[in-house]
Design a protein around this ligand. Sequence first.
Ligand code: ZN
Length: 367
Amino acid sequence: MNVSFNIPTKILMERNCVYKNAQIFKDYGSKALIVTGKKSASSNGSLNDVVDALNEVGIPSILFNKVMANPTIELVYEGAEVAKRNNVDLVIAIGGGSAMDAAKAIALLARQDIKEDMLFTAEYTSDVLPMIFIPTTAGTGSEVTPYAILTNDVLETKSTISSKYLFPKVALLDGIYMKNLGVKTTINTALDALCHAIEGYLSVKANPMTRALSREAISVIASELENLIEFDLTLDSRDKLLYASTIAGMVIAHTGTVAVHILGYSLTYFNEIDHGRANGLLLASFLRLVNHTYPNLIDDILISLGMESLEEFEEVLNKLLGDKEILSDEEITRYADKAYSVPKLKNTIIDLDIRMLKQILVESMKG
Ligand SMILES: [Zn+2]
């Protein structure tokens, strides 16, 4: 049996997690840069909690609250300048994937001079500011991954900075910050987490330990699918979705994502379809393709979902997705070609040619 597994991030989950663990901020720095978006962190209470905790332990902080959805390269260089100018020695991210991914790039660029054209390919060193992450959505799992995913206008897609030095030191998890999260964001992020768990299961890099975690994440999310459809979520539901998304993050930290995410990036870049939704739209068709070669793996996934068939799963997905966007023939050809040129496509457990990639797009999104 081959198993390789390493998550260097300390994970703490409880109610009032940030405040109860205020002392932990002192273990990693004496002056913090808080990286977040414009609004949500202040409205869901997370920013207040972090500032209170920092005050409690006497750590001054600078607020960098300019992170937008699908953060740009320009933004992370700007954030790194703010970090350098203010001599911070700790980066705290509050938010969803955008804030967390931007924070990782900022923590890296605050310490290492990397030219823009080398940002995704440089030889990174261990000299990265320590990071403490507080996720306020339950989707990306970025709090436990070594990836920072940014919009790349040169390649017209999203690109990933991947380095073992980008794992946050600590993830503080509390579903309370998701209590008032809207229906669209809640569903899209849950779909993203579900895709992480399932794609990780169908990666050539999967191992028995990541597969065990995938099954756990899938079954926990599955237990909330009906509540997601009704949009009737208790605080306990919110905690479960957050727990599952973090577990799914631990999976992709080892396996990466596969074909669904690779195709999905074009839907986000060119059609401005939310990341999680883009993946959710493509998932069922991808699973049907894998089912031809690996019905046993699809069975495992169905057992974790507590479902009888892929048709049953697709019906649930369709309820969550509602009316679907439609792609033109030209878009389908272009996105399939683009996905085929991505080296990471080879991590998918089945060999996908352009015809199959087109088939996924056609079945999912052709009018
Ligand atoms: Zn994702």
